[in-house]
Write a protein that binds this ligand. Structure first.
Ligand code: GRF
Length: 199
């Protein structure tokens, strides 16, 4: 094997799981394409047939699988799929299903999630999308941020990898906070993935 073949063979192969808009999925795909950053996104999995992430992924020429919740929970469907793509890291980016325990056992410390608040605050059941930012504003918080963490069997409770925070002003609405968090995600999430797994 030549050196360049070895380098190629050692590149990470990421699967992104997303249920909705897919702005993070798209941003991660683009980031790892822009330069040789040690990995590439080779697969997107979604559980929603009308998710915007499907069109984004299609435009970028990345394979996208739409799977039902039952298929995602079926090891005989999921594991061969991920193995056929040589996946070494699963990134949840707005994925609203629980990750089945067999996946957590098969990919120890190789499944991560991004949460749009500073965990352990504002995490757990019901804390997704705009609800998170509404809760942050209602609690009078003066800062919020993003948390990238390992996925465990308990929602939003896996070991924290990185957090980045931003100020919340007294007159900020939930929509304002959402926009700030969106910017933080775009600026930081792909870099955190690279620095944690592919450096
Ligand atoms: C992001 O805010 C992320 O933190 C959360 O879900 C949202 C997904 O947004 N887990 P998008 O689908 O990537 O645009």
């Amino acid at each position: 094997m030549t050196d360049s073949m070895k380098k190629c063979a050692a590149r990470g192969r990421i699967a992104v799981f997303a249920s909705g808009n897919g702005s993070n999925a798209e941003n991660i795909i683009r980031y790892f394409r822009e330069a040789d950053r040690g990995a590439e996104v080779v697969l997107v999995v979604t559980n929603k047939a009308d998710a915007r992430v499907i069109a984004r992924t299609g435009r970028l020429g990345v394979d996208c699988r739409v799977m039902t919740a039952a298929e995602i929970r079926d090891p005989e469907r999921m594991l061969p799929l991920l193995e056929s793509y040589g996946i070494d890291l699963i990134v949840l980016a707005g994925f609203l299903l629980m990750v089945p325990p067999f996946l957590i056992s098969r990919y120890p410390d190789r499944i991560i999630n991004i949460h749009p608040a500073l965990l352990p605050k504002f995490g757990g059941k019901g804390m997704y999308g705009r609800h998170v930012h509404e809760a942050v504003v209602a609690a009078g918080e003066r800062k919020s941020g993003i948390t990238v963490h390992f996925v465990s069997e308990k929602y939003d409770e896996g070991r924290i990898i990185a957090q980045v925070s931003t100020a919340v002003g007294p007159s900020d609405t939930p929509a304002d906070v959402e926009a700030k968090i969106h910017r933080l995600e775009q600026e930081n999430f792909p870099r955190i993935i690279r620095e944690t797994f592919y450096k």
